[in-house]
Design a protein around this ligand. Structure first.
Ligand code: PLP
Length: 225
């Protein structure tokens, strides 16, 4: 068995079947993705629009692609036709733009609201104040071409598992608050995307429904992304 095949197999044995594994293939060649695909895996994540567009043309059409990196507004139009889920929606402006591009091509785009849970200033994401302002606004209710499926978060990069656990627990609490207040009868609002190679076990025990795993499947990346 190749490394990629056995890595996927081993990961799937470590998580409940209800948790979706998104294989983060950023910086990795198409051949690696095909190897993962050949195990039956269909969920892949990329963080750069150009790289995603180039790769997806060379790969089977039944792959479900997730965008996990910050999306610049000028690239929305490029990804909307091909993406299964945009996990990294981090502003109201971006969400409105995704909606209008989706409307243009008669699509509904699955989105997660990225919430800032880490200590680091650099990580993108909404604050809970911004989330409430957006979800209470009239403009939000006009958006019919985006489907809000839940939340996404990235924990602080640290060895302190207690801190990571606290941040994931906070994201789950945010998810529950948002659902209770705005999505009570919306069964699409069900996802909590949290957990990467270094912290997925903590994330799963704190209620993650989607984990995003790169290096544990494909090996370490050369570039830092
Ligand atoms: C790169 C990346 C991942 C995967 O990271 P690994 O540590 O390699 O598993 C997950 N989520 C986001 C948002 C990323 O940018």
């Amino acid at each position: 068995m190749s490394d990629i095949t056995s890595n996927i197999k081993s990961l799937k044995e470590q998580i409940p079947p209800s948790v979706k594994l998104v294989a983060v293939s950023k910086t990795k060649p198409v051949s690696d993705i095909l190897e993962a695909y050949s195990t039956g895996h269909r969920y892949f994540g990329e963080n750069r629009v150009q790289e995603f567009l180039q790769k997806k043309d060379l790969l089977p059409a039944d792959i479900e692609w997730h965008l996990i990196g910050h999306l610049q507004t000028n690239k929305v139009k490029l990804v909307v036709p091909f993406i299964s889920m945009i996990q990294s929606v981090d502003s109201f402006k971006l969400l409105m733009l995704i909606n209008s591009e989706a409307l243009t091509i008669n699509r509904t785009v699955n989105c997660l609201l990225q919430i800032h849970i880490a200590e680091e200033e650099t990580k993108f994401g909404f604050s809970m104040t911004e989330i409430h302002d957006m979800l209470r606004s009239e403009d939000f209710h006009m958006l019919n071409s985006v489907r809000i499926c839940g939340v996404m978060g990235i924990a602080t990069f640290t060895d302190n598992t207690y801190k990571i656990q606290k941040e994931f627990r906070n994201l789950t609490a945010c998810f529950n608050d948002i659902r209770r207040e705005y999505f009570k009868d919306d069964r699409n609002f069900k996802e909590i995307s949290m957990g990467m190679s270094g912290d997925f076990k903590i994330a799963v025990s704190e209620g993650s429904t989607i984990i995003r795993i790169g290096s544990l499947i494909f090996g370490e990346r050369k570039q830092t992304n």
